[in-house]
Design a protein around this ligand. Structure first.
Ligand code: SF4
Length: 196
């Protein structure tokens, strides 16, 4: 236990007594702190979203500067749990509570990039270019490696040389559609980000 001098003891007990007495008289800091929160979020734009980290998929409220007009630059400055969301009812774990730092991280990847074979440079490409390239490579690999039957004649219709990793924060409906697309292509290697 930490040793206290007589002066430190009197200072500590005096501060505690003053604090609890003020609270008893109705001067609880809770109301004052709630006002600070209101003031901080006043005039901010509120946007609902889903935490991207894990399969719990908690609902979040994001507060940003800017009123969405064309000449305003939006910038998120506060994120908290969505009290109306059925999954988390306003709560967030430490990872979700730190989302605002993730958003403003200088190393955050915001668009597709491509590094050509043998190159050390990453080049920014459009989403159309990225998706066209992924589709073309998948088709080439499937055409070359799709197996319709095993050696002893058993029909399998499988594609074992490509795998799929699904996003953990997808809704049940998105997960269902993703599963149907993956299995209809014959892919067997299929996992979810939540398990990684
Ligand atoms: S707040 Fe935590 S528990 Fe909720 S989705 Fe994000 S990482 Fe998962």
């Amino acid at each position: 236990m930490t040793d206290l001098t007589r002066r430190q003891f009197l200072t500590l007990t005096g501060a505690s007594l003053a604090g609890s007495s003020l609270a008893l008289l109705g001067f609880s800091p809770r109301e004052a702190l709630a006002e600070v929160r209101e003031f901080k979020l006043a005039r901010a734009t509120e946007t609902r979203n889903t935490c991207p980290y894990c399969s719990v998929a908690c609902g979040v409220l994001m507060y940003s500067y800017g009123d969405r007009s064309k000449n305003a630059t939006a910038s998120i400055f506060h994120i908290e749990g969505d009290p109306d969301h059925p999954v988390n009812r306003g709560t967030l774990c430490p990872k979700g509570a730190g989302l605002v730092d993730f958003i403003h991280s200088p190393s955050r990847l915001k668009y597709p990039e491509y590094r050509a074979p043998g190159s050390s440079e990453w080049k920014r490409i459009t989403w159309d270019e990225a998706l066209d390239r992924v589709a073309a490579l998948m088709k080439a690999d499937r055409d070359a490696n799709f197996v319709t039957q095993t050696e002893d004649g058993l029909t399998v219709n499988r594609w074992l040389t490509t795998g799929m990793l699904a996003a953990s924060a997808s809704s049940s409906e998105t997960g269902y559609v993703t599963h149907k697309v993956v299995r209809s292509l014959g892919l067997l290697a299929f996992d979810n980000q939540a398990r990684v």
